[in-house]
Design a protein around this ligand. Structure first.
Ligand SMILES: [Ca+2]
Length: 155
């Protein structure tokens, strides 16, 4: 499998490597070809079993991070399309904070950033925090108060 990935990369084909919550990819279970990007998922049960909680209280990104760390695990990390869809289905077309911040862009809980889902022309500001809006990511002023999504359970 690693050979296939390196062959694709040598051909200049972008490859997203979805890893499980431990940052390890042991057995490949799904192969997708979406938007001309080859996407590999592994340990899919682990990936999709991570759960999120939607918090409908307006807070700045830092306040939201503190809240999530105090009550749950951390602000949400989005590791793959399934998790992105899960959050999008919760947030009713609002912009909501996720755990992504820079510099450079990284997850609040230290997860790898192999999966990204920026909206067209984003990130486009000097902003250091990220929201999900209509299923896509956008950079956003960290001091804005927004609803947010926390991650539940172990990292
Ligand atoms: Ca932006």
């Amino acid at each position: 499998f690693e050979t296939e990935v390196s062959q694709l990369r040598e051909l200049g084909i972008p490859v997203l490597w979805h890893v499980n919550q431990n940052g390890k990819c042991s057995n490949v279970q799904i192969f997708l070809h979406v938007n001309n990007i080859f996407q590999f998922c592994c340990n899919i049960e682990t990936v999709t079993s991570s759960s999120f909680i939607y918090v409908n209280e307006s807070k700045t990104w830092s306040e939201a991070q503190s809240y999530c760390r105090e009550h749950y695990t951390d602000l949400a990390s989005v590791r793959n399309q399934a998790e992105n869809d899960q959050i999008e289905n919760m947030n009713q077309n609002r912009s909501v904070w996720i755990g992504l911040y820079r510099d450079s862009w990284k997850w609040s809980d230290g997860s790898p950033t192999s999966f990204t889902y920026w909206n067209n022309n984003e990130p486009n500001g000097d902003y250091a925090c990220a929201v999900i809006h209509n299923g896509r990511w956008e950079d956003y002023d960290c001091d804005t108060t927004l609803y947010f999504v926390c991650e539940i359970g172990e990292l």
